[in-house]
Design a protein around this ligand. Structure first.
Ligand code: HSE
Length: 432
């Protein structure tokens, strides 16, 4: 049996999961591939640091060149994350004729074009299943089993940290800051949670998914991104009373032949829907293809073993391609450059919570402003004055029919200026 040697860059959570998966299921993996799969070197910053897996210390090196420039290594797994120096390492590996497996969502979302094209020129593979949805095999599915479809929509919950936080806020009626503090203490959230909480992690992932789904480049700077910091326990409670839960959604939609909408924001989702039932750190991605219809992917979107599973799946695919002389078989599929529509062009329903003056005619005056801005109201609930401190103030919850986001924005801008509105407390999109 032939031996295929691989090199790792990084031995953190994902690298350790890949090593452990390879070790734990070695015999079956090698029989499925038809070759011995051996880790030859692992480049790490600090060779002395304690590791999550047992590896032969002789494999560890702090010289990336020992991986990138070793002619015996056919596959380089880039598992260090971030754009630099990962990008330079990936390009160097490809220039040296090696296939690359990466789980680096930021690099692929922001700058995946170049490594993919270099890989095509070199006739090697560049695979990145671990970059989105942890162990959920969504990328290979879109590139292979579902490749015949014209995909019109890909949306879901792709960030486990925020889903865990929102799930706990919903269960406990707690505020974000309290749940976040606790989640950090128990290791569910990073010490610096910005990337997750502000929606950037989900932005990278939906940019990758949309680029594959819609065969187009997606410029991450044009992806509308709103995190969960504006979601309060109070909004979650109002949503619940109306039969909704609040989720951080990542949404990509086709908008005609040459345009797409790609966005990340919290949204009200109807209870009982698959995305509403995705709890804790789990991810779920719903995809709509013209031939297949709706397909739902659900599973662990992060973590050592699920992401390690995705990386090992890619390694095995590359091994098979090497053995059959067919690396570079699946090239970059972004052969279009579709327009990313601005958020103002979205048409959806909205939930709006405001404090209003509790006097005759207030609701009518506010409804008049909505009407003048083409905002059609589906329901309004004005709570008893006792629900707020000031005796002449009531809380009003509005839910609209489908309206243009530009119209909601202009309506809200005017509403902030009329005396009947004390304050617009929050507004969120409703994803039906
Ligand atoms: N930070 C990510 C999440 C996991 O919370 O889902 C890594 O992609």
């Amino acid at each position: 049996m032939e031996t295929i040697e691989i090199g790792l860059l990084g031995l953190g959570v994902v690298g350790s999961g890949a090593v452990r998966t390879l070790e734990e299921n070695r015999e079956a993996i090698e029989r499925k591939v038809g070759a011995r799969v051996r880790i030859k070197r692992i480049a790490v910053r600090d060779t002395k640091k304690p590791r999550m897996v047992d590896v032969d210390p002789a494999l560890l090196t702090d010289d990336v060149g020992a991986v990138l420039d070793d002619p015996g290594i056919r596959i380089v797994c880039e598992l260090i994350g971030g754009v630099h120096p990962a990008r330079e390492y990936v390009l160097r590996a490809i220039e040296n004729g090696k296939s690359v497996v990466s789980a680096n969502k930021e690099l692929i979302a922001k700058d995946g074009h170049e490594p993919m094209h270099r890989a095509s020129e070199q006739g090697v593979d560049f695979m990145f299943e671990g970059s989105v949805g942890g162990g959920i095999p969504i990328i290979q599915a879109m590139k292979s089993a579902l490749a015949g479809n014209r995909i019109t929509e890909v949306k879901g919950i792709v960030n486990g940290t925020t889903n865990y936080i929102l799930s706990r806020m919903t269960e406990e009626g707690a505020e974000l800051a309290d749940v976040l503090r606790d989640a950090q203490a128990s290791g569910y959230a990073e010490a610096d949670p910005t990337n997750d909480v502000e929606g950037y992690d989900a932005q990278y992932k939906i940019a990758i998914l949309s680029s594959i789904a819609f065969t187009s480049r997606v410029d991450t700077t044009k992806v509308y991104t709103e995190g969960i910091t504006r979601v309060t326990a109070h909004d979650i409670e109002h949503a619940r009373e109306m039969g909704y839960v609040i989720k951080l959604l990542a949404i990509g939609k086709s908008a005609g032949e040459d345009a797409i909408q790609v966005r990340v924001h919290p949204a009200l989702v109807r209870e009982g829907q698959p995305l509403a039932s995705t709890l804790g750190p789990f991810n779920a991605i719903l995809l709509r293809g013209h031939a297949v219809g709706d397909v739902l992917f659900y599973g662990q979107g992060a973590g050592m073993m699920p992401t390690g599973s995705a990386v090992v799946g890619d390694i095995m695919d590359v091994c098979r391609n090497i053995l059959h002389g067919s690396t570079g078989r699946i090239a970059c599929t972004c052969f279009q450059n579709k327009r990313l529509l601005p958020i103002e062009t979205v048409v959806t329903r909205y939930y709006i919570r405001m404090y209003v003056s509790d006097r005759p005619g207030s609701i009518a005056a506010i409804a008049g402003v909505f009407g003048r801005h083409n905002v059609s109201i589906a329901s309004v609930r004005a709570n008893a004055p006792g629900s707020v401190d000031a005796h002449d103030t009531a809380e009003a919850i509005w839910v609209t029919h489908n309206v243009l986001e530009a119209d909601i924005r202009s309506a809200l801008a005017e509403l902030q200026t009329i005396p009947e509105v004390r304050s617009v407390e929050n507004w969120l999109r409703v994803e039906e």
